[in-house]
Write a protein that binds this ligand. Structure first.
Ligand code: ZN
Ligand code: ZN
Length: 411
């Protein structure tokens, strides 16, 4: 049974995730622990007509050793051949699948400054590649595979294989892979529902959203003129549909860079570069984060926001009902790919150009001029949704529309 579900999951990633076309190349980025699943993924990619499947392996324990012990200068640069690989394949229109399998505490004890410098160098050197990704020019997909240290964190008291099996069950439910069901067809209907919801929000063309809950969030988020809500699938530069995240339950757009004011509190722990950050409380004035607090892991959060000026501003506003499948499963995944799809969230750092009408064809300067946070070497989602969250939409002529009441959509 498990074998069948694994194959269906791999087929879903290839057919719906990146929607691989005949003759297209596929680059898979994966952890060494995920090799058995990556082999199935490779088979499915060739079955779909892949020209070639290239796998780039990472081993997080080796990465940890490098962060702890390698020469300090290493973290200010990236090897040119790794940049060349991304540049060349993305320029050719290859598809990219990233298999996430992160131990949420794997970089505990690592100098936050090394992580900050390395993230900066990675984004700066790969700027062409990330620009293609952020503007959806190429098809890309992120999905996850359980590993023991992650599964044991999600299911305390369970260990090894038992924890991994429980996490597989939770992942299959979240990505709508079930026995006897065509997951590809299931996702077509799911994406259609998300698109319909986005269209509803687009019709309102809100000027601002006002957030409030008992946790302490009191935040006004202005939206730029011409902003677009999207959800489910998007189109690459050839007009082919792809789904960037599996699972996905969110409808998202970009805020006005200098139009966010107030206080926002996180409602779930954030797994940030191999460290956990809990109890986040950010204060923003004219869009800029002016005060940073976290009950735990504050130094890692600070290092990430200090990456550059753009990281001090929000780049994403996303809506997810409190009563949505992943949230109702009650599982806290300690992995943003899942937790952000169980909760309303924001991201600080770079916005997606596609959140603005015609945005994919605009330069950074043009995007900035139209109010988008278009320049940052990071993008980090953090969860803020609660069962009592209220969001009021304010239209451009001053009408107030309840968008969220008690944590769920009211429109
Ligand atoms: Zn998001
Ligand atoms: Zn995001």
């Amino acid at each position: 049974m498990k074998e069948q579900l694994l194959r269906e999951y791999a087929r879903l990633a290839v057919r719906t995730g990146v929607n691989l076309q005949k003759g297209q190349k596929l680059l898979i980025q994966a952890e060494t622990e995920c090799a058995p699943f990556v082999r199935i993924l490779t088979e499915e990619a060739f079955a779909a007509g892949a020209f070639d499947v290239i796998v780039r392996w990472n081993d997080q324990l080796i990465a940890r050793e490098r962060f702890l012990h390698a020469d300090d200068s290493l973290f200010d640069d990236v090897y040119p051949w790794s940049v060349m690989m991304n540049d060349q394949l993305s320029a050719e229109g290859a598809a990219f699948i990233s298999v996430s399998a992160e131990d949420p505490s794997v970089l505990k004890g690592v100098d936050p400054d090394r992580i900050r410098r390395f993230t900066t160098a990675t984004w700066q050197k790969n700027d062409k590649f990330y620009a293609r990704v952020m503007a959806s020019r190429i098809p890309w997909n992120v999905l996850a595979v359980p590993i023991a240290p992650w599964a044991e964190k999600v299911f305390p008291g369970k260990s090894g294989e038992e924890a991994i099996e429980l996490l597989w069950d939770a992942i299959f439910r979240a990505v709508r892979v079930r026995e006897g069901v065509d997951a590809v067809a299931e996702w077509e209907a799911h994406c259609r529902r998300l698109r319909e919801r986005a269209e509803k929000l687009n019709a309102y063309a809100f000027a601002a959203l006002r957030y409030e809950n008992a946790l302490g969030t009191r935040l006004t988020v202005e939206l730029p003129e011409g902003h677009l809500w999207t959800g489910g699938s998007e189109k690459d530069e050839k007009g082919i549909d792809f789904v960037a995240n599996m699972p996905t339950e969110e409808i998202f757009t970009a805020p006005k860079r200098d139009g966010v004011n107030g206080v926002v509190c996180s409602s779930k722990p954030l797994a940030l570069n191999g460290n956990l950050v809990e109890g986040i409380r950010l204060t923003l004035k004219d869009g800029r984060i002016t005060d940073i607090h976290a009950d735990e892991g504050e130094e890692y959060l600070r290092a990430e926001i200090e990456i550059d000026e753009g990281a001090h501003y929000f780049g994403e506003v996303a809506l997810v009902p409190y009563h949505s499948p992943i949230s109702e499963s009650g599982v806290l995944f300690y992995n943003t790919l899942f937790d952000e799809n169980a909760s309303c969230h924001f991201a600080f750092g770079q916005a997606y150009p596609t959140c603005l009408e015609g945005g994919a064809d605009l330069s950074k300067e043009e995007l900035l001029a139209r109010g988008l946070n278009a320049e940052s070497n990071t993008h980090v989602d953090f969860m803020i949704g609660t069962s009592d969250l209220s969001i009021i939409g304010v239209t451009r002529d001053g009408k107030e529309i309840p968008v969220f009441v008690n944590g769920d959509f009211a429109i």
